[in-house]
Design a protein around this ligand. Structure first.
Ligand SMILES: [Zn+2]
Length: 270
C-alpha cells in the first residue's frame, strides 16, 4: 500500500485552516466526524467533547491525536515553500501539533479504504490537550474497546513507550530557634532535615524510579539554632505503584523524624 502524499498534504492544509484553539474544537470535531462517517465509522462524542469512532467491535488498536492547538491559532494561512516546507505567514502558529497526527490518521484510513483492506480500528480525537490534557483525562474510557493505542503526537521517528510521573516536594522543616549557647532550648531544623535525608535512599532506585533531593536552604547565623529549613526534592517513576510508595515514604520519613526530634514538617507536593 502506498500513502498518497499529495492527499496527505491537502488534508493537513485543510485541517490547519479549521480554527481549533483549546476549548474551541467543535468545528473540527464536526468535520472529523463527517469524514469518519464517510469511511463507515460509528462515531460518538463524549461529554468532554472527545470524538470516539470505530469500524468494528474488536479493534486491533486505537489511533489517537489531539485536535486542539495553542494560541495564536485563528485564521491560519499555511504556505508551501519552494523546498516543500509548510509554514505560516508568521502571524499565527501552524498547528502541526497535532494536526500532523490527525492528518496521518485520516490518510491511514483512506489508504486502507481504497485498498479494500478491512482492519478494525478505533479512532480517538481528544480536545484541550494543550491546556492540561483535559480531554484525555476526562475521556469516556468505558466507551473504548481497544487494549492498546498509538498516540500520534511525538517527534517524527520516535516511539515513546513510557513516561515517568513526577512529584515535586517542597518540604518545610520547622524546629525552634535558640542561641548556640543554649542548644537544649532549641530544636535544630537542619539536624532534622539532615537525619531525614540520611534515612531516604536517593538516586536511582531501579530502572524506572529515581529520587532526588536538589535544594536545601536554611539557617540564619553560625551561633543560632536554626528553626526553619526548606528542601526541594522529587520522585519520578514509570510505575504507578512504585511512584505512590516512594512519594509516601519521603513524606513519612520527614514527618516521623521531625516528630521524634520535637519539630514538624509542612510538605507541599505537586
Ligand atoms: Zn501535541
Amino acid at each position: 500500500m502506498k500513502i498518497n502524499q499529495e492527499r496527505l498534504i491537502d488534508s493537513f492544509i485543510k485541517l490547519v485552516q479549521i480554527d481549533s484553539e483549546s476549548g474551541e474544537e467543535r468545528e473540527i470535531i464536526d468535520y472529523l466526524q463527517s469524514e469518519l462517517r464517510n469511511l463507515i465509522f460509528k462515531c460518538e462524542i463524549d461529554k468532554t467533547g472527545n470524538l470516539i469512532a470505530s469500524n468494528g467491535s474488536k479493534p486491533v488498536v486505537a489511533l489517537t491525536a489531539h485536535v486542539d492547538t495553542v494560541k495564536p491559532g485563528k485564521d491560519i494561512k499555511p504556505i508551501i515553500t519552494k523546498d516543500g516546507l509548510i509554514k505560516t505567514d508568521g502571524s499565527t502558529i501552524l498547528g502541526a501539533d497535532d494536526k500532523t497526527g490527525v492528518a496521518s490518521i485520516l490518510e491511514i484510513l483512506r489508504t486502507l479504504n481504497e485498498n479494500n483492506k478491512s482492519v478494525q480500528l478505533e479512532i480517538i480525537f481528544t480536545v484541550q490537550e494543550e491546556t492540561g490534557l483535559i480531554g484525555s483525562k476526562n475521556l469516556d474510557f468505558k466507551a473504548i474497546k481497544s487494549k492498546q493505542a498509538l498516540n500520534l503526537d511525538a517527534e517524527p521517528g520516535h516511539i515513546i513507550i513510557g513516561e515517568p510521573a513526577n512529584m515535586c516536594f517542597d518540604i518545610e522543616v520547622l524546629g525552634k530557634t535558640a542561641h548556640a549557647m543554649h542548644p537544649e532550648k532549641g530544636i535544630n531544623a537542619i539536624e532534622i532535615a539532615a537525619k531525614s535525608i540520611e534515612k531516604i535512599k536517593w538516586g536511582r532506585i531501579d530502572e524506572e524510579t529515581t529520587l532526588n533531593v536538589g535544594v536545601i536552604k536554611g539557617g540564619l547565623a553560625r551561633n543560632i539554632v536554626p528553626d526553619r529549613v526548606l528542601i526541594e526534592a522529587e520522585v519520578r517513576s514509570r510505575s504507578a505503584s512504585k511512584f505512590k510508595l516512594h512519594c509516601q515514604e519521603v513524606i513519612k520519613i520527614f514527618e516521623e523524624t521531625a516528630k521524634a526530634m520535637g519539630g514538624k514538617v509542612i510538605v507541599k507536593s505537586r
